[in-house]
Design a protein around this ligand. Structure first.
Ligand code: NAD
Length: 475
């Protein structure tokens, strides 16, 4: 059963959807998806649970979140297995990254629940005292993508409920398994029925019913920029708040004093993480001209050594993409770049010897593109890195900023002053120096420009799910 409403599993009433394992092309199970009446029931459960949960003390909410972290830990193996079966990512990644990252997030927000702070200030007269309270917003309607299903569910659910909200989450219909299991773990952790509800179904039907529901006070969303804009438009009809984590096109800037070997290794790891289906993945390498040839040669060599295949095999470096439809979309970018005269240095093919009905694609490096080429400007969301040379530092920084996106970026240099300049000049929500990808629960994640606004993880995220109230007392 694939809806989790008011503490119980049940079937949806919106018809059936086949869940496919993208690494085999075979059906995993049939989902009974939700319809708008199921969304009504889930929102009603969240609304009913709100008064009790929002009045629980921070210590009570903290304890419940610690228990949730423990319940997730008990299910670690099952969570990793389902994550891999539904996404095609390697079991090693699910086991070592997705599951422990989500448990760490639960532990972080268990602590953060007790640190929701207002302030007392600004006395109107000698007889008055003012204070600021941070209060829960209400029922949060959340929508998450397929690339990191468990972590994205964690990033949405945990800060919202730590701050005293209740939530209805719609995961991607391609990957609902671990989100449902997280809701079940929350119930077993003693989190009251109705605080966390999961509805599974298509974005156009279930997602839009959630965003436009009269009892949803705020929509939080992770996904593509196009859908994020649609959600903003729908939410604006009721004047509702939105919190949007959208697409990215991260630049990877290599200055001429960088350690080329470290930069090449970093670029391969950061462009192929999760098959490149990562909003912060390195996608555009800009290399200062003296290092360009050496960098390209080494990246191509390392990419050609990557083992693509069965995600459950511990020897596999990169599993499949999310679907053959998405694989064909990725391949389309490469085919058009090739037809336009670009140089596919390595990859650019569907690997041989793997099931034709599965969604594998080879690690790909492209040179010879113009800055305005679609492969440089648009989010491909696959294992594809473009490499372009630059001359002056100013030019490199200008190119790094020259897309609509602004989620993440990295700069590679042995000169800290150069790195610091890059960190302030690059318009992105995260800039790494001599690294690319690591994140931690304590630090905010979120975009600039077309990559959205609002923060995930960190105490900033907790605050995003609160209202600020001024209380004045005349003594
Ligand atoms: P998507 O936008 O297609 O779908 C995301 C979610 O929105 C899914 O649950 C989908 O069913 C739902 N949806 C689709 N249309 C909808 C509509 N009209 N109304 C309401 N909901 C709707 O994205 P995706 O393909 O699942 O994920 C990939 C995208 O997510 C990439 O653009 C990636 O950069 C982005 N992403 C961003 C972050 C971040 O933190 N900024 C993290 C992960 C993924």
């Amino acid at each position: 059963m694939h809806q989790f409403i008011n503490g119980s599993y049940r079937e949806g009433n919106g018809g059936q959807h086949q869940l496919i394992n993208p690494a085999t092309g075979k059906s995993v199970e049939t989902l009974n998806v939700a319809d708008s009446a199921d969304v009504d029931d889930a929102v009603a459960a969240a609304k009913a649970a709100f008064p009790g949960w929002s009045r629980a003390t921070p210590a009570e909410r903290s304890e419940a979140l610690h228990s949730l972290a423990a319940e997730l830990g008990k299910r670690a193996e099952e969570l990793a297995r389902i994550e891999t079966e539904q996404t095609g990512k390697t079991l090693r990644m699910s086991t070592e990254f997705d599951v422990p990252g989500s448990i760490d997030n639960a532990q972080f927000f268990a602590g953060a629940a007790r640190h929701l702070q207002g302030q007392a200030a600004g006395e109107y007269s000698a007889e008055h005292t003012s204070m600021v309270r941070r209060e829960a917003v209400g029922v949060i309607g959340s929508i998450s993508p397929w690339n990191y299903p468990l972590q994205m569910a964690a990033w949405k659910i945990l800060p919202a409920i730590a701050a005293g909200n209740t939530i209805v989450l719609k995961p991607s219909e391609l990957t609902p398994g671990t989100t449902l299991l997280m809701a079940e773990a929350a119930r077993d952790a003693g989190i009251p029925d109705g605080v966390i509800n999961v509805v599974v179904g298509a974005g156009r039907v279930v997602g839009e019913a959630l965003v436009t529901h009269r009892d949803v006070a705020m929509s939080s969303f992770t996904g593509s920029t196009a859908v994020g804009r649609r959600i903003m438009e729908l939410a604006s009809r009721r004047g509702n708040r939105v919190h949007l984590e959208l697409g990215g096109k991260a630049p990877f800037l290599v200055f001429d004093d960088a350690d080329v070997e470290a930069a090449a290794r970093g670029a391969v790891a950061a462009s192929l993480i999760n098959g490149g289906q990562d909003c912060t993945a390195a996608t555009r390498a800009y290399i200062q001209r003296p290092l360009f040839d050496a960098f390209v040669e080494r990246v191509a060599e390392l990419m050609s050594q990557v083992t693509v295949g069965d995600p459950t095999d511990p020897e596999t470096d990169m599993g499949s993409l999310i679907s053959t439809t998405h694989r064909d979309r990725v391949a389309g970018f490469i085919d058009r770049a090739r037809a336009g005269g670009a140089n596919i240095v390595t990859g650019g093919v569907i690997p041989e010897g793997l099931p034709a009905e599965a969604a594998f694609y080879s690690p790909t490096l492209i040179t010879g593109l113009a800055q305005d080429a679609e492969a440089v400007q648009d989010e491909i969301f696959g294992p594809v890195l473009t490499a372009l040379p630059f001359d002056s530092d100013d030019e490199g920084l200008m190119l790094a900023n020259d897309t609509p996106y602004g989620l993440a970026a990295s700069a590679w240099t042995t000169d800290l002053a150069r790195g610091m300049r890059a960190s302030s000049d690059i318009q992105a929500g995260c800039v790494w120096i001599n690294d690319h990808i690591p994140m931690l629960s304590e630090m905010p994640h979120g975009g600039y420009k077309a990559s959205g606004f609002g923060k995930d993880m960190s105490s900033y995220s907790l605050e995003d799910y609160t209202n600020i109230k001024h209380v004045m007392i005349d003594r």
